[in-house]
Design a protein around this ligand. Structure first.
Ligand SMILES: [Zn+2]
Length: 271
């Protein structure tokens, strides 16, 4: 799964609302929408790969043309909060409000109701799964606790929502995002070596491939979309495509596939 989060300036605003008065900080994120996104879309088109883009509702409202362009090229649009808010800091009612406003904005701008949800950078609470169920989400791609899909549980009982886990090492922002205030990373001193990061992504792919797992990598155009880093995306996709029997799929396709394998398993064990 190739996934792209369109956080833009809301990444920085969710870390520090005071960033609204700091144009340079905001410009880190705006770069992703102004310059990085078109390069990412071109690489995906050239590779004939459909990705899943997780989009905050505010991004769809502020950058409607770019988000329509993503949807128009056949990529899946998933929910990524309304204003990229950290769900762990919200009450149950506030989380529901962000979910509803995000769904409405994506429907209005792209005409699609998102089937998938990815929590913005922070975290979720124990209420979030019930809210996702209430909103009719089919899958989530938020947690880090597995490398194969599984059904999220509610009060110990599995729901129908498939969780498609990721990992921080398969995420570009922790390696490359940098800002002084708010400080990111907070201890400073990190813009990682590009070759080393690409090598990590390839090594991880080799292991996932050998073990038959779900490789779910996460990009943000503000990090991967720079002139020096876009070749990393090209190199990684080329590398993955060189291996036999790899299935590139969207989040919805993976969730549906997982659901079908589980019902097949249940049917064969009942026989
Ligand atoms: Zn995000």
């Amino acid at each position: 799964m190739i996934t792209v989060d369109l956080d833009a300036e809301f990444f920085w605003l969710s870390l520090d609302p005071g960033a609204v008065n700091r144009p340079k900080t905001l410009s880190n994120g705006q770069y992703g929408m102004k310059r990085g996104l078109s390069r990412v879309l071109q690489v995906l088109d050239d590779s004939k790969i459909k990705a899943t883009f997780f989009v905050p509702g505010r991004i769809a409202e502020v950058y409607p043309q770019q988000v329509q362009e993503v949807a128009g090229r056949g990529h899946e649009i998933g929910h990524h909060g309304y204003a990229h808010e950290n769900f762990a800091l919200l009450s149950k009612e506030q989380q529901m409000d962000a979910l509803r406003k995000g769904i409405d904005a994506l429907q209005k701008v792209c005409g699609v109701r998102p089937a998938g949800f990815r929590a913005p950078e922070g975290d979720i609470t124990h209420d979030t799964t019930a809210l996702l169920q209430e909103c009719g989400f089919r899958y989530s791609s938020t947690l880090n606790g597995a490398d194969l899909p599984y059904f999220l549980a509610l009060d110990g009982t599995p729901t129908d929502i498939v969780e498609l886990c990721g990992t921080w090492e398969l995420t570009d922002l922790p390696y490359f995002a940098f800002n002084f205030k708010p400080a990111f990373p907070s201890g400073q001193c990190r813009i990682a070596n590009y070759s080393s990061v690409l090598s990590i992504w390839k090594d991880e792919f080799d292991a996932f491939y050998d073990m038959g797992l779900n490789y779910n990598i996460k990009f943000d155009p503000q990090a991967i979309g720079t002139p020096g880093r876009i070749p990393m995306l090209e190199g990684l996709l080329e590398y993955i495509k060189s291996r036999k029997d790899v299935w590139f799929c969207t989040g919805s396709e993976m969730a549906d596939f997982w659901r079908s394998t589980q019902s097949m398993r249940q049917a064969s064990s009942a026989r």
